[in-house]
Design a binder for this molecule. Structure first.
Ligand code: GAR
Length: 205
């Protein structure tokens, strides 16, 4: 007999607005095939941890610096995932790159939200506000967000969902970031999490 829900871990590093969108959509029933069982932050001061605590979700901090090496960092992450019987990992503003040795252990079980329309403005060095700075610098008139599976290529895994957002005259990286979050990321990340969780549930039956 299979369990009713997929166990989800959300990896964060900062403000955690995408984590908040996941928590809210779980409460409202849009995410119904999975349940957030664990939040892992790479940064002990991340506001995302406050959001997790407020929602009564267990959290952990795993700092790459304190671990001393990528191997040790990923070993700690793997231990936490095993202890909590995690089946799906969601990178929601997680600012650390995971090695192939890690990603290959969870094929099609790690998803990431990126604040551009991949393949534009993605890969190594493109994260957070830098993505929006690059989009404005280039002069694109449309940008957006992408949710994709994570493999060994940074931002290179199969695309699950995308949503476009118009760039406005006079946008700053900050105004553009906010519009992309509100009109794309916070909508498609929960939708993609539900889609993948439902697929994983169906596979278990
Ligand atoms: C989000 O815009 C997310 O797409 C981006 O960082 C921000 C985190 O905000 N992620 C990346 O750039 C990953 N390459 P949040 O902590 O408020 O969710």
């Amino acid at each position: 007999m299979s369990r009713a829900k997929v166990n989800i871990a959300v990896f964060v590093s900062g403000g955690g607005t995408n984590l908040q969108a996941l928590i809210d959509k779980q409460k409202s029933g849009i995410i119904k095939s999975g349940e957030i069982k664990l939040v892992v932050s790479s940064n002990k001061d991340a506001f995302a941890l406050e959001r997790a605590k407020k929602a009564n979700i267990p959290c952990a901090v795993v700092s790459k610096k304190e671990c001393g090496s990528q191997e040790e960092f990923e070993k700690k992450l793997r231990e936490l995932l095993k202890e909590n019987k995690i089946e799906l990992i969601v990178l929601a503003g997680f600012m650390c790159i995971l090695s192939e040795s890690f990603t290959s252990k969870y094929p099609k079980r790690i998803i990431n939200v990126h604040p551009s329309l991949i393949p534009s403005f993605c890969g190594k060095g493109y994260y957070g506000l830098k993505v929006h700075e690059a989009a404005l610098e280039y002069g694109v008139k449309v940008t957006g967000a992408t949710v994709h599976f994570v493999n060994e290529i940074p931002d290179g895994g199969e695309i699950i969902m995308q949503r476009a957002v118009e760039v406005s005259d006079g946008d700053t990286p900050e105004t553009l970031q906010k519009r992309v979050m509100v009109n794309a990321e916070w909508i498609i990340l929960p939708q993609a999490v539900e889609k993948v969780s439902a697929q994983l549930l169906a596979e278990k039956k």
